[in-house]
Design a protein around this ligand. Sequence first.
Ligand SMILES: O=C(O)CCC(=O)C(=O)O
Ligand SMILES: [Fe+2]
Length: 325
Amino acid sequence: MTTPNTSTTTTTTALELKDLEDYRIKSLPPSAYYISSFITPQEASTLLTNISKNPWTTLTHRRLQPHPAPLTPSGHLLTTKSLPEFLVSPIVDRILSLSFSSDNNNKSKNNNNNNNNNDDNENREEDDDDNDEEGKERKEKEKRGIFTTSPHTRPNHVLINEYPPNTGIAAHEDGAAYFPVVCTVSLGSHILLEVTPKPPPPSSSSSSQSQSPQERREREEGGVGEEGNQTKYRIFQEPNSLLITTDEMYTNHLHGILAVEADEGLDELTVANWGLLGDGTRRGIVESGGVVRREGVRISLTYRDVLKVKDAGRLFGGRGVAGRR
Ligand SMILES: O=C(O)CCC(=O)C(=O)O
Ligand SMILES: [Fe+2]
């Protein structure tokens, strides 16, 4: 069993970002976007150094860091602190620079996820718009980013999770404390995210929404899928990549990571984002017969906008800045 060198997929220069629509994982329900080599190896190494300087919360099988603070049991972000600078630059800046052009907004509306962009009339009308200043201004305003409609228009919380080989996270949903967008940057080893449509709500009242974040974390530690839940989609996350999940993918699906030492059965049919992976990664997977060992620790940084922010400084009479960045 050979191991593909997934790190060969990264480049040393910053990636020139395309329109968000170009990163859509088309085989998935709306909406997931995947960007291979979102950060450079140098940026990844600086991030790892900074992460190692911060204290970890240790669970039974893995460790995590909530920045700038853990959520309260009721899902509030209650702190005077903002996100530390090393988590903002370059990642938040780059996430905010991603956008759908107005052309593509229309294309995706009309295409319904297909690639047949042959609506010549519409494109001609858009070209006419380009000719006047008003049209240009309107187009600029129409440019939509992934956090444009979120309450703080940017992520204000990052959860860092560390997964040694053979650890994972049980199938779960991220719930109502966040605006329904998650941006995940992966560092270290590759990982497979297993995505399953949500089962119908249980008749009892013990849904994950009624659990505190701490209870949810305890439940998630084992890294085993919920019984009876079959993975429907698998997303391969390369080191230094960005995965964005939103819309139905956020609200109607569970996600988890299997606690295994190697991922098996990987090919263009089983990996939803196959076409968006780096060439070296795809080649490596094929050469190793679809079996990829998790070589080392994988660290994920999940960027989200927590809906309810309370400025602890103000709450206790000070001048805090929580939630502004
Ligand atoms: O590590 C990941 O990619 C997923 C983490 C996750 O699902 C979570 O923290 O809610
Ligand atoms: Fe999650």
